[in-house]
Structure formats: structure tokens, C-alpha cells
Design a protein around this ligand. Structure first.
Ligand code: VGL
Ligand code: ZN
Length: 212
């Protein structure tokens, strides 16, 4: 049963650099803004808290291929596990780090910046990529009595995926609003794999029409 008193919406990384023309543009990223605004502007009905996350890296961040003199979208070993390298993106304070200009940022209860440590990436809104350093988001949600999390934003197969898995593992009832996400899907088929993993973990993949 839907209970807005216990629900929160997390809009993941809807920033200029992930939208058309941006440094790490996700195909169709712009297309989801109006649907997300619809949910945000009806928030008194639907959600107790609106959280916007922002990828917000210092210059020379470890996740940038330029920091290693390598090509974007290659992988390196970091502390025994593989890490994907990206074009420079969401550098703190640059135009690319801003939210999409149409996003109704003024309605946010909390803006969470992640990827702040130059030496570690953070895909998830809950934990940095060492998987042990918390961002504090789980505590915030718990303190506000939130039980149910809805996620949307960019990209489905990276930051939305990691955030959703952590949300579920933390014990929150978790849904991803799939039509309000877009995928990187490199290599092709990767996004489908991640969707299946989310379903197997018990995350509901839903459509925004079910919330209207
Ligand atoms: C993201 C790659 C690198 C994302 C962030 O928001 O999905 N992807 N940094
Ligand atoms: Zn990033």
C-alpha cells in the first residue's frame, strides 16, 4: 500500500555533464527531466522527502582517464578490484556539475554530493566505492522514518544501480522508476544484466505511470 509519509524520492545525478552535450552524456538524459519534475512538484502527495544526488569530483579525480593518461571507458586495477575510467566529468563548481537547468532543484529537501575524495569514486548514494565508507544518507532517511525508496535519474546501470542495491541491502523497500532513467550500456547488454540483478535482489522495477 502506498504511504507517502514513509516514502522518499532519490533523483540520481541529473547533471549537465550526464545530459546531451555533456562530458559523459547518457543517451536521452534530457528526456526524463519533465517526468521527474512532475513527481517532484506533486511531492506533498507522493513523497515525504526529495533527495537530489550530485556527482561532484575534485580536479584530477582518480576516476578520470586523464589522471592516468589512459583512454576513457578503459579499466584499471585499484586495490585489487577493477575500476572504470571516465572522461573528466562533474568537476566541482563547473557548468557540467550543475543540475540540468530545468530540474526543480528548489524543491529538494537534501542535496547529497558524492565522489568528493580525489582517491576514491562513489557511484552509490549510500556508500563510496570502497563499499565501507557511508555517505550518511541511510541515517538521514532512517531519522525521518523513511521505509520506502523510489529511485530515478542517471545512469540506470551505474549510479542508480549501485544506489538501489545499497538501499535494498540496507532494508529499505526499494523501487526504480525505470522510464525516468537512461542507460550507459557499455558494452551493449550491460544495462539488461544490471536490471536482472536488481530484480533478483527484490528491487521493484516500475513505471512512473503507476505513481500518478
Ligand atoms: C556516473 C560514471 C561516473 C553516474 C558517475 O552517475 O552514473 N557514472 N560517475
Ligand atoms: Zn563520476
Amino acid at each position: 500500500m502506498y504511504n507517502s509519509e514513509k516514502s522518499a524520492l532519490i533523483v540520481v545525478d541529473l547533471q549537465v555533464d550526464f545530459c546531451q552535450g555533456g562530458a559523459l552524456a547518457v543517451n536521452g538524459g534530457d528526456e526524463i527531466v519533465s517526468g521527474i519534475n512532475y513527481l517532484i512538484s506533486n511531492s506533498t502527495v507522493l513523497f515525504k522527502k526529495i533527495i537530489l544526488t550530485a556527482d561532484w569530483h575534485p580536479k584530477g579525480h582518480i576516476s578520470f582517464s586523464s589522471s592516468h593518461n589512459l583512454e576513457p571507458y578503459t579499466s584499471i586495477e585499484v586495490d585489487g578490484s577493477s575500476a572504470t575510467l571516465w572522461p573528466d566529468h562533474c568537476v566541482e563548481g563547473t557548468k557540467g556539475s550543475c543540475f540540468h537547468t530545468d530540474l526543480q532543484e528548489e524543491k529538494a529537501d537534501l542535496i547529497l554530493r558524492k565522489g568528493r575524495d580525489v582517491n576514491i569514486d562513489s557511484y552509490s548514494a549510500f556508500y563510496e566505492n570502497d563499499r565501507i565508507t557511508p555517505t550518511g544518507l541511510a541515517g538521514y532517511l532512517e531519522n525521518h522514518g523513511i521505509r520506502k525508496i523510489y529511485l530515478c535519474g542517471l545512469a540506470l546501470d551505474w549510479c542508480v544501480y549501485f544506489s538501489a542495491m545499497d538501499s535494498k541491502n540496507h532494508g529499505f523497500d526499494t523501487s526504480v522508476i525505470v522510464d525516468l532513467t537512461r542507460v550507459v550500456d557499455l558494452p551493449a547488454g550491460y544495462a539488461l544484466e544490471k536490471k536482472k540483478e536488481m530484480e533478483q535482489a527484490g528491487i521493484d522495477l516500475i513505471e512512473s505511470s503507476s505513481l500518478k
